[in-house]
Design a protein around this ligand. Structure first.
Ligand SMILES: [Zn+2]
Length: 159
């Protein structure tokens, strides 16, 4: 991971964020609970509240299709974060788009968007056989988390 815990973050929130940063991959709630036992966090409810607070700060994102959490930088205002997930090596990258570009069609029909989940599944450039010639300059994909350290409980849908 390429960022550190912001200064002034409450101690318990910092412990949860540090755990995700140190692991460097998406973690299910169960895996987080196991990892946090070492710092004395053993209550599901408490960790859930800490994750919620970190999500509100934009420092943690739940990857819905993996039922897992990753540490990330806050998304710029007006931007929507999307996640590209390689189903072969399970690496995750984040990209951002103007939120309006994603919600425009629904908004124009009177829909009020309250939340947005943008997760792409496929093959990364390494697993998919490389980039076509001439592509790959100025990529805006930002590495978020490797997901390949070991089989991840919850990947198939349990939590
Ligand atoms: Zn891959």
């Amino acid at each position: 991971m390429s960022f550190v815990v912001p200064e002034g973050l409450p101690r318990r929130q910092a412990q949860v964020l540090n755990c995700l940063i140190d692991e460097g991959r998406a973690m299910t709630f169960k895996e987080l609970m196991e990892a946090l036992r070492g710092v004395g966090l053993t209550s599901d409810g408490q960790v859930f509240k800490l994750l919620k607070a970190l999500k509100e700060r934009g420092l943690v994102q739940r990857i819905e299709t993996l039922l897992a959490y990753v540490a990330c930088r806050p998304c710029p205002p007006g931007e929507a974060a999307g996640y590209a997930i390689c189903d072969d090596c399970r690496t995750i990258w984040r990209f951002t788009l103007p939120q309006e570009a994603v919600t425009r069609v629904a908004d124009s029909r009177g829909f009020t968007t309250g939340g947005l989940t943008l997760e792409l599944h496929g093959s990364c450039v390494d697993c998919g056989g490389g980039l076509p010639e001439g592509l790959g300059q100025g990529s805006e994909l930002e590495f978020v988390a490797g997901f390949d350290a070991r089989p991840v409980a919850g990947f198939e849908g349990d939590e």
